[in-house]
Every structure is written in C-alpha cells, then in structure tokens.
Design a protein around this ligand. Structure first.
Ligand code: 5GP
Length: 208
C-alpha cells in the first residue's frame, strides 16, 4: 500500500520544526523529507540532516531537470522538495512528512489530492512576535518581515484540512499525533473551524 503524504506549514516561530521532529520520532514508519535550500546553514546545521545546502545554480539546475515535487522562494532563499525521494518513500509504503511554506503546500495540494495538510498556528500574533524576539536569532528588520509573512500564512488557514494551535508543545504534539494517527483518506472537507482558531486568525487581521 502506498504511504501518505503529510504536509505541515505555519509561520516561523510557530514551532512546526520541533513538532515535526518529535512526530517522526514517535510515529513508526513516518519519514521527514529533507529539503534542498540555497540559504546558508545556521550554526549546528548539517548538510543532509536539516537540509541539503546547495548553490543557486545547482538549485536552478534541479528545477530545470524537474527534480522538485514543489519549490518556492521563502525569505529570499529557494527551497524545494525532492520528487524522487518522496515518491520512493510513498511507493514503499512509508508515510512522508513535509515541513514547507504555504506556496509549496498549494503546489502539493494541486498534485496530491489526498495529502493530509496541517497548519500550525501560534496562540496569537503577540505571542509569535515574543517567540521570534526571544530566540534572538534574527535582527529587528528580519523579525518584522517574518511577522508580515506570518499574517499571510495564517490567512491561508482555510486551505488546510487541519489547524493546530501550538500553545504548549506537549498538547500540540498530542493533537498532531491524533490527526496523523487517523488512517482515513483526507480528500476534501473543511478545516476544523473552531472558535479558538478563528480567534487566533483575528489577532493577525487586527494588526494589518
Ligand atoms: P528555515 O530556513 O527557517 O528552516 O525555513 C524557512 C521556511 O521555509 C519555513 O517556513 C519552512 O517550512 C520552509 N521550507 C523548508 N523547506 C521547504 C521546501 O522544501 N519547500 C518549501 N516550499 N518551503 C520549505
């Protein structure tokens, strides 16, 4: 049986990378897709582990050869998902988790109708700003850009099958596991528009 494709998106600072890592550790048969990117490695990142770090000409060459299932420019850098790796995994019955931005997620939704799509949301705009500031990774101008982008990403919530609010990592992981653990096909159907999700989305609208 073919594996399932699970797509996770969300603003940077929403915690999707931590959630994704914890999920693949705890769910058997689930693999994390390692993307290619033209951005420089951050301290501690290794080639082939967090990303395959490539030059722009290399990336363009891969695009020309149709080596990506999806690709997009995010925060000024290119990112792409290997078509071959994902297809091989799915064909051999393994589930694959993608941590990709909303542009990439749209490309996947167009190609893989039964992909399970999940948007990870911060509890509020203010909390996201606090997290980005506190992690001390970026300058103020970068944080501002990330916040603007976050508003767009959060605004795309109704394209996703599920939206999960990452207030506490432990609870968000439980919710994520329960969503991923349900083996039904995921074609169609609206996102779970709970009141709480609407409230989070509103905090991003107010600031625009
Ligand atoms: P970062 O550089 O902080 O690791 O990731 C920046 C953004 O790029 C995140 O939103 C992440 O989900 C997204 N991203 C990572 N890999 C891919 C990819 O292969 N395709 C797309 N479209 N986005 C990606």
């Amino acid at each position: 049986m073919a594996g399932r494709l699970i797509v996770m998106s969300g603003p940077s600072g929403a915690g999707k990378t931590s959630l994704g890592r914890a999920l693949v550790e705890q769910v058997e048969g689930l693999r994390f897709s390692v993307s290619h990117t033209t951005r420089r490695p951050r301290r501690g990142e290794r080639h082939g582990v967090e990303y395959f770090f490539v030059s722009e000409p290399e990336f363009r060459e891969m695009v020309a050869r149709d080596r990506f299932l999806e690709h997009a420019r995010v925060h000024g850098h290119y990112y792409g998902t290997s078509r071959e790796w994902v297809t091989d995994c799915l064909d051999s019955g393994k589930d694959v988790l993608l941590d990709i931005d909303v542009q990439g997620a749209r490309q996947i939704m167009d190609q893989v109708r039964d992909a399970l799509t999940i948007l990870i949301l911060p509890p509020s705009r203010r909390e996201l700003e606090r997290r980005l500031t506190q992690r001390g990774q970026d300058r103020l101008a970068v944080i501002r850009r990330r916040m603007e982008r976050a508003a767009k990403e959060v605004g795309a919530y109704n394209r996703y099958r599920y939206a999960i609010i990452n207030d506490s990592l432990k609870d968000a992981l439980l919710e994520l596991k329960s969503v991923v653990g349900s083996h039904e096909s995921d074609s169609g159907g609206p996102v779970r528009n709970t009141k709480r999700i609407q409230e989070v989305v509103e905090t991003f609208k107010e600031a625009q």
